[in-house]
Design a binder for this molecule. Structure first.
Ligand code: UT7
Length: 325
């Protein structure tokens, strides 16, 4: 039986030039390199330059993904940009990217699911493609998360960084089997009962300010390990595949201890886990496509590989996408 599949045709990413090491962080807040490395696995993060906007990072990642896919930007009929740090409250940052790419047709919009944003955006793209609403979708995760940080709060400011990643997803044909190229299954979740565990204490409707990130780290950690493992099991159950079938696990990069704990829980060997948190910190919606791009460019992820993506973030929101590359 022939069915429509959403095939990932290209990937790209961009990191701001400025690197802030843990040593640099010790000059800003009362912390140590040892504490940050031991608790999180983070060594450094990239921080956007003054005047460098989320749309600037997104555009660079988008151009790289378009080049990697070998398509003309005019083929793109939908742009979905996941971000928590839009250039402005409105219009959507996606329309700025659309205009910069010279695209004047189709639809462009932002989505907001914090660290799960890319997994949400990719799932929306997959649904649009399988419904016939779109044929070529540019999916971006881009953040200038540093702008939301309270740089006097050591419990949060050492954790995050800025960056962007993007993929081109195209309609393709499959047989409806797990051997098909493209997205095999996608699962999204949220549970608003936990919205106060990780949030920003401001917004246009509440305070008319942007606000700063507030987090109960331990609580988020506890839920992350369980929720992520559950959504991975869900992806495997939906396809009848097992952890042994997964070639590469590309998780949201919040904390190396969460990644190690999750891999252990689902029985994945550490060498199959793509880890970038050490050099990037937590880049929220950008972390999964940034990690993907690294593993594609260094030759780890190859055509035909089974790749498992997942994320968990504020809301709580979480989800997984299983893709045949
Ligand atoms: O992407 C969205 C999802 N976010 C996450 O997944 C984050 C999940 N949470 C975590 O990754 C971890 O909970 C953290 C890395 C945030 C914190 O690690 P932890 O092992 O849970 O530490 P903790 O919050 O329990 O704090 C332990 C101690 C505290 O001191 P006391 O109260 O024991 O004296 C903190 O004040 O570490 C202290 N501390 C620090 N010390 C040095 C907190 N931040 C720092 C710091 N440097 N930067």
């Amino acid at each position: 039986m022939s069915i429509i599949r959403s095939v990932v045709a290209g990937c790209g990413s961009y990191l701001p030039e400025r690197v802030v090491t843990n040593q640099d962080m010790t000059k800003i807040v009362d912390t140590t390199d040892d504490w940050i490395v031991e608790r999180t696995g983070i060594h450094a993060r990239h921080i956007a330059a003054d005047g460098e906007l989320t749309s600037d990072l997104a555009l660079k990642a988008a151009r790289a993904a378009i080049a990697h896919a070998g398509i003309d930007a005019q083929e793109i009929d939908t742009i979905i940009l996941a971000t928590t740090t839009p250039d402005n409250t409105f219009p959507a940052t996606a329309v700025t990217v659309q205009a910069e790419l010279g695209i004047h047709h189709g639809a462009a919009f932002d989505i907001q699911a914090v660290c799960s944003g890319f997994v949400y955006a990719l799932t929306i793209a997959d649904t649009f493609i399988r419904c016939g609403q779109a044929k070529t979708v540019l999916v971006i995760g881009a953040e200038t998360f540093s702008r939301l940080l309270d740089w006097t709060d050591r419990t949060t400011c050492v954790l995050f960084g800025d960056g962007a990643g993007a993929v081109i997803v195209k309609a393709g044909e499959g047989e409806g089997t797990n051997a098909d190229r493209g997205i095999l299954t996608a699962h999204l979740h949220s549970d608003g009962r936990y919205k106060d565990k990780l949030y920003v204490d401001g917004g246009p409707s509440s305070t008319q300010t942007t606000g700063h990130v507030r987090m109960e780290g331990r609580e988020v950690f506890r839920h992350a390990v369980v929720n992520i493992a559950d959504t991975i099991k869900e992806a495997l159950a939906a396809t009848g595949l097992t952890a042994n079938d997964i070639d590469w696990f590309v998780p949201h990069q919040a904390n190396k201890r969460i990644l190690d704990g999750t891999a252990k829980r689902i029985g994945l060997p550490p060498e199959k886990v793509v880890i970038t948190v050490g050099d990037h910190g937590n880049t929220s919606a950008a972390s999964v496509p940034l990690a993907l791009d690294q593993a594609i460019k260094d030759g780890r992820i190859k055509r035909g590989d089974l790749v498992l993506l997942e994320a968990m973030g504020g809301g709580f929101t979480w989800g997984s996408v299983l893709v045949r590359w």
